[in-house]
Design a protein around this ligand. Sequence first.
Ligand code: ATP
Ligand code: MG
Length: 405
Amino acid sequence: MISPIPMPDFPVQIIRKLNHAGFEAYAVGGCVRDVLLGKMPLDWDITTSALPQEVCRVFSDYRVIETGIRHGTVTVVLNRQAAEITTYRVDGGYADSRHPDNVTFTPSLIEDLKRRDFTVNAMVWHPDTGITDQVGGIDDLNNRVLRCVGDPDRRFSEDALRILRALRFSSVYDLKLELSTDAALRRCREGLKHISAERIQSELFRLICGDHADRVLTDYPEVFAVILPETEDDINVKGITFTVNALQKAPPILPCRLAILLGRCPDQAETVLRRLKADNETIATVTALLQASALPLSPDSIILTHALHNLGEERLRLLLAVKQAESPNQTDWEAINKALNRLLQGNPCYSTAQLQIGGKELLSLGFRGPAVGKGLNELLQQVMDGKIPNDAAILQEVAATLPKE
Ligand code: ATP
Ligand code: MG
């Protein structure tokens, strides 16, 4: 059953201000859905009878960003929170499976609700009248059902991004697709080829971090084959069972989930992530995790020090989470995590920057050119292997025995 949280002040202030100026206004879409599900929304959408210029006038004392004004959207910033205020509208034809060819403003709230993708996203809320639900969104939310507003084939052909939005909502909120929505989604899947990489990325990344990503990946292999052809063999064949089991066990941290998903095609992981226009940090982390997948791991402090050297603390913790999800019973992961915490408390030395000797000292000992770097590395290896302590005097002594050119 749904258990709503109280609507915060922020959307109420915006709605009241528009009402005082003589316009209709409601919170709409995802924020209403999230409040009904007891979750604090990440962003606020307001739908209003006011035209964009009228919205700008009502909020002339506020920071107003006119980015989406052609489609009727104005962003208003209040106390560092932002709301997207969109004029009631109907969308024209969709020649490109993504963008409406034109949008027309309408004075009718109902018309505006009909253009929205799913019933759970087509409810409005007002501080005086509460929820208005013209499409059965509350029942669907209660029954954990995701259903298109209107004819599903038409809605998915108009805008194929809705296919991935549907699977994202299914994964994140544990909604099952209503039968005709499900069938149409599968039929229209090729439309995803017309959707920009950035939009696919944003939906896919949220989908795989959902609590029910395992079910969605298992149930819709033909859809993932369109956007992730590289993993197709595995998504369609046995490998998927291993992948989805591990996905479900891994924490909902993007690089962990991606490393598991792309662990089926590690050689192509970077290509896939670049195609999806993932950010450089995500690409670097995921590829580092995949490259380190064969790294020996045990509670032994020398092994762990080398792992820290290879990956750094943050990535090592991610790798441990991935490995634990992939093979929960093969290793005593708790012992490894405890040993790592203990090791880190003692400030271990695992990079040349932490050595109690630096390049300058080696130069003054007569080291030249590449021998400086090589010398520091050799000293670091000896410290990490526990052969010598990280002590300035001892490091100087050992350095004196190393090749200087
Ligand atoms: P979230 O904010 O969690 O990503 P959301 O449903 O709020 O989910 P937004 O992109 O914020 O997604 O969109 C707000 C609302 O606009 C949606 O709830 C829906 O009513 C409508 N909407 C968004 N994208 C589409 C779309 N592609 N087709 C039809 N309606 C859409
Ligand atoms: Mg939203």
